[in-house]
Design a protein around this ligand. Structure first.
Ligand code: BGC
Length: 347
């Protein structure tokens, strides 16, 4: 279906994947998840992701709602890195740093819808070609994003990419979740299967340290309400992020799909498990939502109205030799697999 048009008249198509209970709408702009209807414990559907009602708003007021973020999700210090002795300068679009692919990242590209499969699982495959030098990154990058929804209420997303020159990349999905379908996420309970996170400086660039979460507000090894410690101003890291905006190092080895996180909304009973093969997850508690973005249904989005769990390699990896590598060589295929598994729990 046509979702809408950009200001310049470009038509943006949308595809809906449904299994009769869950319905996901994916738009070609940013290969983004624009809405996700999920039933609560009484079977009542609710939209659990933030998004805009119109295509033009995604460009007019970019928030990365549901978008594919690339070429490099999160930050690169000073927008600078070097590869094989050659240095590269990217846009500094977040204070002194590079964020989420720069001025025109993958969230602002109109992706091609290559295939729609109505079978079980229902799926849609999108692709995008980023030319050599795009945004300052080396190599022609050919990227695909495939969403599929199965009968087990799992929405899966697989990113794949190839390059014709050595490059760095970090693709993720930037969905903002609110399992209540409204209100804020402070009462949501989060479990993160991570024993450590990477502390940041005041510009949110990792210092290089991996810090144990034990005894800190960052400990989500057991389910904890997000609102419990999100205002803990004693912790410098919480102050730097204005809440949670940190990279969690997942416990089990990267490369195979494993559980990373669980999010529960006790009020609606909706539960989401996150599985990924990525080494880490950025947990962002929606700290920079400041009431200036008006989402679907005319809703104003304020701080803490939604949260992101972004499976990724570590931020600023190209500048840290001991972080998992973000390098992709010609002949190799990059993959990032993300599964959002939905269920409900009783009171
Ligand atoms: C980052 C935040 C940033 C937000 C932008 C998140 O992934 O960690 O620092 O403000 O994206 O929407």
């Amino acid at each position: 279906m046509e979702f809408g048009k950009l200001a310049d008249g470009t038509a943006i198509d949308a595809v809906e994947l449904s299994n009769g209970r869950i319905c996901a709408r994916i738009i070609a702009l940013g290969a983004a998840l624009q809405s996700l209807q999920v039933p609560d414990r009484n079977g009542k559907p609710g939209d659990v992701v933030l998004g805009y009602a119109t295509a033009a708003e995604y460009l007019a007021k970019p928030q990365y709602f549901g978008a594919t973020v690339g070429r490099y999700a999160n930050r690169i210090r000073g927008g600078r890195f070097s590869l094989d002795g050659k240095s590269y300068q990217l846009a500094a679009n977040d204070g002194p740093n590079h964020l989420h692919g720069g001025v025109k990242g993958f969230d602002k590209a109109v992706w091609k819808i290559d295939a729609v499969n109505s079978g079980s699982p229902a799926s849609v495959a999108l692709s995008h070609v980023s030319p050599d030098g795009d945004g300052g990154f080396p190599g022609t990058l050919e990227v695909t994003a495939t969403y599929s929804l199965n009968e087990k209420n799992e929405l899966s997303l697989e990113y794949r990419a190839t390059t014709d020159k050595p490059t760095v990349l970090n693709l993720t999905n930037h969905s903002y979740f609110n399992l209540a379908g409204g209100g804020d996420i402070l009462g949501h309970r989060l479990t993160l299967l991570a024993d450590a996170y990477t502390p940041v400086d005041a510009t949110l660039i990792p210092t290089g340290e991996r810090r144990n979460v034990a005894g800190t507000p960052f400990d989500f090894r057991q389910p904890r309400a997000i609102g419990e410690r999100v205002r803990d101003g004693h912790d410098e890291q919480i102050r730097f992020g204005r809440g949670y905006d940190h990279n969690y190092v997942l416990r089990d080895e990267a490369g195979t799909l494993r559980r990373a996180a669980k999010l529960e909304d006790p009020a609606s009973g909706r539960v989401m498990e996150l599985l990924t093969a990525a080494p880490a997850v950025q947990f962002y508690s929606g700290n920079f939502l400041d009431g200036t973005s008006i989402g679907k249904g005319g809703r104003i989005h304020r701080q803490g109205d939604a949260l992101c769990l972004e499976p990724q390699v570590f931020p600023d990896s190209p500048n840290h030799a001991d972080f998992p590598s973000a390098r992709l060589n010609p002949g190799d295929t990059y993959t990032n697999v993300i599964v959002y598994r939905f269920s409900t729990a009783g009171r």
